[in-house]
Ligand binder design. Structure first.
Ligand SMILES: [Zn+2]
Length: 315
């Protein structure tokens, strides 16, 4: 899917899909509708009176313990991260997401089904400039020995390392950047993963009720339980990069910067955005200047082409 970097986009046509929530186990139906410029990505709980809205924003994240959960006025939508990664990488700025339950469907545990749905909907270029955010000064968020280091860059670059004491996982690292990487080929199909003992514990607590070998990679003490095995030898760390992209997509503006994550998760990912918006000078808004070639998506973003709009810190 190609789009120009400088204008906002929505989808061309309505599309519907459905599936099971990973944690609730409930069947949910989703309808995606085009939305006007500057609307952003907004979920609407159409199963509730008045169809309450929940904007897909980092400051609406209310839980990160098992998945990224958005909430507003006591209403929630959970497990939004894989969908949000697909939406951001597809170049969609404005979208209404009508959902009739408390959790996005997990589909196959990856982002591929969402890319397919968005591909069916098509892209519509809108008559409004897209605002982006560029990291301007380095900072680090930490939690125990886990961290995310953030540094200025004119591209989006993610270097992720995980370390799980399991013979098939262990220490894995993956580097991905928007200018040379392929989301579809390298990241989109990497599935959610879990360990059998954890799954049994979660299900005893009434969680992961929709979890199955059709929507997650499950490891037992020796190997992979799924008969089809892994999609990549390093599928787990690729999935973490996918999660990171999805959590960063809760910034209303595409971000350019370099992120080095170590043993991180949804909580730390969210803290990156909160920190970025709380401290003036960590990032600045940039907008494409006019009269610029529109086919730069596959290139590093040239600083020359951007003009600063304002200093962040008003988030
Ligand atoms: Zn995930």
């Amino acid at each position: 899917m190609h789009y120009d970097l400088f204008n906002q986009h929505t989808i061309r046509a309505e599309v519907e899909f459905g599936g099971t929530g990973l944690h609730s186990g409930a069947r949910v139906n989703v309808r995606l509708r085009p939305a006007p410029p500057h609307h952003g990505i907004v979920f609407y709980r159409v199963d509730l009176p008045g169809h309450p809205a929940i904007a897909a924003r980092y400051d609406n994240v209310v839980d990160t313990s098992l998945a990224t959960v958005l909430g507003a006025s006591g209403v929630r939508v959970g497990t939004v991260e894989h969908f949000m990664a697909a939406v951001r990488v597809a170049g969609i700025d404005n979208l209404s997401v009508e959902i009739d339950g408390p959790e996005m469907p997990v589909m196959d545990g990856s982002a591929v089904p969402f890319l397919e749905v968005l591909g069916r909907a098509g892209l519509e270029r809108q008559d409004a400039y897209r605002t982006c955010l560029r990291v301007e000064s380095a900072f680090t968020v930490t939690q125990g020995d886990a961290y995310v280091k953030v540094r200025p860059a004119d591209v989006l670059q993610i270097d992720y390392t995980i370390d799980f004491p399991h013979p098939l996982v262990g220490r894995q690292s993956y580097s991905w950047s928007l200018d040379v990487g392929s989301f579809r080929r390298e990241l989109a199909s990497a599935r959610t993963f879990g360990f059998l003992r954890e799954v049994e514990y979660l299900q005893s607590k009434g969680l992961a009720l929709g979890g199955s070998l059709d929507n997650a990679v499950v490891f037992d003490d020796h190997g992979v339980v799924n008969h089809e095995g892994l999609r990549f030898p390093d599928e787990c760390v690729r999935h973490k990069v996918l999660d990171f992209l999805g959590d960063m997509a809760l910034c209303p503006f595409p971000i350019f910067g370099r992120f080095e994550a170590y043993k991180a998760g949804h909580a730390l990912h969210n803290r990156v955005l909160r920190e970025m918006f709380q401290r003036p000078g960590h990032a600045q808004f940039i907008q494409a200047a006019t009269m610029v070639p529109q086919n730069l998506m596959r290139q590093p973003v040239p600083t020359l082409y951007w003009k600063p709009l304002a200093v962040a810190g008003n988030g």
